[in-house]
Write a new protein. Structure first.
Length: 192
């Protein structure tokens, strides 16, 4: 049985009821054993279209005999059963279920990554995850979930510019430093 960590969130309708129904659906599956559920944490929406309501976010620790892709398919089935439809990235949603960790496995496919690509830079993911799975290891970094959270909470903000150096990047950095409102910042917290 694989030790897995699932992220869960909702910001439409009765958020707590949606999250509870998702946990119940996982408990009802014969190949899943729910071990722990974090408290639900209310957080402001990060990124996405404006005007969204706050999210309730949490984490679910489970054991499963399902392979990673099968577990992902189960999470998508539960989302659809609870009323989620195809969506625009980072828009409001009835339910969102993501595999954060699957044992110490790493999967890198175009549509599917384990550990979750943004887990280590999102406090709304790490706070509830650390509550129930502080010792689980992120195989990308070798750090446990508790260490990832402490790092996120204590690291000073910084900016990075990727790619080859050139005059356009220097100009952009100067505009950022001067507070040009036409420059849209992409942050690790939002991924946008």
């Amino acid at each position: 049985m694989a030790d897995c960590l699932i992220g869960a969130g909702s910001n439409i309708g009765d958020r707590a009821a949606q999250l509870t129904r998702a946990v119940d659906a996982l408990r009802d599956h014969p190949q899943v054993k729910v071990r722990a559920v974090s408290r639900w944490l209310e957080t402001p929406p990060v990124g996405g279209p404006t005007g969204q309501g706050p999210f309730l976010n949490g984490a679910i620790r489970l054991e499963t005999s399902l392979a990673p892709r099968q577990l992902l398919d189960l999470l998508h089935q539960i989302e659809r059963k609870l009323g989620r439809t195809e969506h625009t990235r980072w828009e409001a949603r009835l339910i969102d279920l993501d595999i954060l960790l699957y044992d110490r496995e790493q999967w890198h496919e175009p549509d599917f990554q384990i550990p979750h690509a943004w887990m280590g830079v999102r406090s709304f993911v790490l706070i509830p995850a650390a509550e129930i799975a502080s010792e689980m290891i992120d195989p990308n970094t070798g750090w446990n979930v508790g260490q990832l959270l402490r790092h996120l909470q204590t690291t000073h903000p910084y900016a990075a510019v990727a790619g080859a150096a050139g005059p356009r990047k220097i100009e952009m950095l100067q505009r950022v430093a001067q507070g040009d409102p036409k420059i849209r910042m992409i942050t690790a917290e939002t991924g946008r």
